[in-house]
Ligand binder design. Structure first.
Ligand SMILES: [Zn+2]
Length: 222
């Protein structure tokens, strides 16, 4: 019963954040009305608002105009895999912890990045400030500092998106140095493999891979 409740909560939060990110990237008003089809404006019925299942039942198309509103891969990632990982996090750690909240923030940014190759990553800076103030500085070493400089170097050399810097610094101060390395290299490896197998030439948004690595490493330690 607890699992179903947590799954419902995680899916609802994810669904709300997806609607918000999609409206932002489409430059549509944020709060005017309930979810609607971007193609024909048809307002979704309560049944169509049920996360995951309603979209699956309509085969990812609007019931009114039959226009597809989502591709299978992003649908699987954002509406199935991520809510499932958040549910596991809810079950195994404190659902109200800052790290869970940051996971949802990253989810929102990852969706923006997936849709427009850019995100409002400036939202991370206040949390970076908080994490810096509460960071266990006794555990900080020269190796940690060099690691941060190395990652920043890759970003400033434009081998990664400039907006990724805020998220990576946030990750640096949210994990131990070892776990940060794991998050970074897991995200980079997943992006590399995905690029090789599926998206051979198209540019890749990095934040969805960082989100997946962030959630997996967080789960590993709970
Ligand atoms: Zn429609």
């Amino acid at each position: 019963m607890t699992i179903l409740l947590f799954l419902f909560i995680a899916s609802t939060i994810c669904s709300f954040l997806l609607a918000l990110a999609d409206r932002l990237t489409e430059k549509r008003p944020l709060w005017t009305k309930r979810s609607y089809c971007f193609a024909c404006g048809h307002q979704l019925s309560p049944f169509e608002l049920i996360p995951f299942f309603s979209a699956l039942a309509s085969r990812l198309r609007c019931r009114h105009c039959q226009q597809p509103f989502e591709k299978p891969l992003p649908f699987f990632f954002f509406e199935f895999l991520c809510p499932l990982l958040f549910t596991l996090l809810f079950l195994r750690s404190d659902p109200f912890s800052l790290n869970t909240f940051l996971g949802f923030l990253l989810f929102f940014l990852a969706r923006e990045d997936a849709r427009q190759y850019g995100a409002h990553t400036d939202l991370c800076w206040p949390f970076v400030g908080y994490q810096v103030l509460t960071y266990n500085w006794s555990a900080f070493s020269i190796a940690n500092g060099l690691l941060l400089i190395l990652v920043s170097f890759f970003i400033l050399r434009k081998q990664m998106g400039g907006g990724d810097l805020a998220v990576l610094i946030l990750a640096f101060f949210s994990f131990s140095a070892k776990d940060f390395l794991l998050v970074f290299f897991l995200a980079a490896s997943l992006a590399f493999c995905f690029g090789l197998v599926i998206s051979k030439r198209a540019p890749l948004p990095f934040l969805p891979f960082l989100l997946l690595a962030w959630l997996l490493i967080q789960l590993l330690h709970t």
